[in-house]
Design a protein around this ligand. Structure first.
Ligand SMILES: C[S@@+](CC[C@H](N)C(=O)[O-])C[C@H]1O[C@@H](n2cnc3c(N)ncnc32)[C@H](O)[C@@H]1O
Length: 354
């Protein structure tokens, strides 16, 4: 059976973005991801969380959108959304002989791989995620090229940096998003559902905290293996007061606030508020708003220079599930032909790159 709001997820990672979009009402038909451990994670959670999806374990440059559709037995019109976060290290800018600049070889550039799928399938909508720093990479040149490329494919778009805590994620993680549609209707971003202030005019609940989130966890949940540290490291961690940082990169929050950003290095840079240790994969996944029974596979930990996606990295690289869900709800409401919320652009930095 072909569902109505089918999506394709590129650079799927552990599936944070795809899961939020599923929760919003999209049906993930394909998850494209090259890392074997991310794919193990996607497979073990597939039955419950991505029941229809086919997992394509392949570098995206080795597969065409045509092949994906053929394997799915779908036509272009069956897909209404393409989503994904192309890794931004792919953006390499070269100077031309005439003094201008261009993005390096498109085949090596993951952004162009994303564009390749859009160009062929031409879904009614797309969602692209990235780090906030993309807005000033190469003095805005990268973002301009990205926006121009999408516009050249016929999309109307807006971009915005969102704070995950505004959507019920217990984390102050800011992420950049572009939403694009193939038609001329309104383009809005989701309204915050939570507020930094306990008392606020809209009557929103306050930001979720680390303490509230951890109160839901039990030791028998998956991925709760305690991180092991040397005695020397435990002593170093003990010296970091809750609410402070060590050498500007290792952070320890208090329980009554949302967490600072969970990074790909969260096994090293995140310290438990009340115990002298790092977080478990489960704890950090909960701060990324993954459901508590979502399982992470692959090596738990590895050195930061390795290329593969170990569990802590899978968690740190993900789009928080509830943030993805809020974005998905806005997009699906719009695709269903309803006008979405008013006033969502108040804090927006959206529009064209300057
Ligand atoms: C930032 S993570 C994606 C996180 C994901 N959106 C989530 O919410 O969980 C980027 C992913 O792109 C994958 N990736 C990088 N280069 C790729 C390529 N050439 N083909 C397919 N996947 C690739 C990486 O393995 C990584 O898992």
């Amino acid at each position: 059976m072909i569902a109505e709001y089918n999506s394709i997820e590129l650079f799927a990672g552990a599936g944070g973005l795809a899961l939020g979009l599923e929760m919003a009402g999209f049906t993930t038909m394909a998850l494209v991801e090259k890392d074997e451990y991310c794919c193990q994670t996607l497979r073990v959670n597939k039955k419950k969380y991505f029941p229809i999806a086919k997992i394509f374990e392949t570098p995206i440059e080795d597969i065409t959108p045509e092949e994906v559709l053929k394997k799915l037995k779908l036509s272009k019109e069956d897909i209404v959304l393409i989503a994904g976060g192309p890794p931004c290290q792919g953006f390499s800018i070269a100077k031309t002989s005439k003094g201008g600049r261009h993005l390096d070889d498109p085949r090596n550039n993951m952004f162009f791989q994303f564009a390749k799928f859009l160009e062929y399938i031409k879904p009614r909508s797309f969602l692209m995620e990235n780090v906030p720093g993309i807005t000033n990479m190469e003095k805005g040149f990268v973002l301009r090229r990205v926006l121009e490329t999408f516009e050249g494919l016929g999309y109307k778009l807006r971009w915005k940096i969102l704070n995950s805590a505004d959507y019920g994620v217990p984390q102050l993680r800011r992420r950049f998003f572009i939403i694009g549609y193939s038609d001329n209707g309104p383009i809005t971003f989701p309204q915050p559902t939570h507020s930094p202030y306990k008392t606020n005019l809209l009557g929103l609940p306050p930001y979720r905290t680390i303490g509230e989130t951890f109160a839901e966890l039990t030791p028998d949940m998956p991925n709760q293996e305690m991180p092991r540290h040397t005695e020397a490291k435990i002593k170093r961690l003990a010296k970091i007061k809750p609410g402070s940082a060590w050498q500007s990169w290792r952070f320890r929050d208090t329980l009554d606030v949302p967490s600072r950003t969970i990074t790909g290095h969260c096994r090293d840079d995140w310290v438990h508020p009340t115990e002298d240790r790092g977080g478990t994969v489960r704890e950090l996944a909960a701060l990324q708003s993954f459901p508590h029974d979502f399982i992470f596979k692959g090596p738990i930990m590895a050195m930061n220079f390795v290329k593969f996606q170990f569990q802590y990295r899978q968690v740190g690289n993900a789009v928080p599930v509830l943030l993805a869900k809020a974005l998905g709800e806005t997009i699906i409401t719009r695709l269903r032909g309803r006008i979405v919320e008013v006033g969502s652009e108040i804090r927006s930095g959206s529009g064209k790159a300057t």
